[in-house]
Design a protein around this ligand. Structure first.
Ligand code: DGL
Length: 282
């Protein structure tokens, strides 16, 4: 028998990422929809995804989603930019529930705020290689100019907690200079970890450009998109109490507990370590 709509509404939202960074998306979902329960999966045993090939990222993403579906979630949020960049077509083929990524919401937000339609994107090497942001923006506005820069050193710097360290300033200057030279007026933070660098990025941009540059936080636009999608489908939780967050990881949980607070802004309970099942080849 089909589950009743009322029962589906009360189910948790499933969020997955390659590791801890996706908690920046959970943070935004929590602040917009505090009454939703959330199941979070961080594939900490196989992080980073940002250096991996399309084929590997798609396989990992399908295995992550499979776990969330087995937990009975009502929708899946692909918090990882790299996984969103490559795997949405495959996820939509395999799984029949609402699936939201970060690329389209971030692209739409950038097109709204950009005046000169010259948009910069920073992300992992794999995200930049996918051209997913370029494609999403050009599909919506053909004359937009997109300038993408891979920033592989930023994820380790954030995980090290070097959010405003002089080394991070220097690294950001190197990465952002070519984008500023291209006269961008908007920069998409196309990676789960970059919202933590917002303040430092703004300072660096101020030093490099003599004009304001808008920052688009893909975690923030993703959460707004998820709320709209659930509202359209009449799937928002009817609960009046604060939702719970259930964290799962694929490697041992102690590091996760230490770093999670930084990404989430508050503490959550201990994550449970699980093993993902392999997906059959397509
Ligand atoms: N979560 C990844 C992303 O947003 C960054 C970390 C990784 O490379 O796995 O692209």
């Amino acid at each position: 028998m089909e589950p009743r709509k009322e029962e589906i509404k009360s189910r948790p939202i499933g969020v997955f990422d390659s590791g801890i960074g996706g908690l920046t998306v959970v943070r935004q979902i929590r602040s917009l929809m505090p009454n939703e329960d959330i199941i979070y999966l961080g594939d900490t045993a196989r992080v980073p995804y940002g250096t991996k090939s399309q084929e590997t990222v798609v396989r990992f993403a399908c295995e992550d989603a499979q776990f969330l579906v087995e937990q009975g979630v009502k929708a899946i949020v692909v918090a990882c930019n790299t996984a969103s960049a490559w795997s949405l077509p495959a996820l939509n083929r395999y799984f029949h529930l609402p699936i939201c990524g970060v690329i389209v919401p971030g692209s739409e937000a950038a097109l709204i705020v950009s005046r000169n339609k010259r948009v910069g994107v920073i992300g992992t090497a794999s995200t930049v290689r996918s051209k997913a942001y370029d494609t999403a923006m050009k599909e919506r506005l053909s004359n937009v100019e997109v300038f993408a820069q891979a920033c592989p050193l930023l994820v380790p710097l954030v995980e090290e907690g070097w959010l405003s360290h002089p080394v991070t300033f220097k690294v950001l200057e190197e990465y952002l200079t070519p984008l500023v030279i291209e006269q961008i007026d908007t920069l998409i933070l196309g990676c789960t970890h970059y919202p933590l660098l917002k303040r430092t990025i703004l300072k660096v941009l101020k030093g490099l450009a003599n004009r304001p540059i808008n920052l688009v936080d893909s975690a923030e636009s993703c959460a707004a998109h998820v709320r709209r999608r659930l509202a359209d489908l009449d799937l928002l939780s009817p609960s009046a109490s604060v939702g719970r967050i259930f964290p799962y990881v694929t490697d041992e949980a102690s590091r996760f507990a230490r770093v999670a607070r930084q990404f989430l802004g508050f503490s959550i309970g201990k994550a449970e370590q699980i093993q993902l099942k392999e997906m059959p080849a397509e």
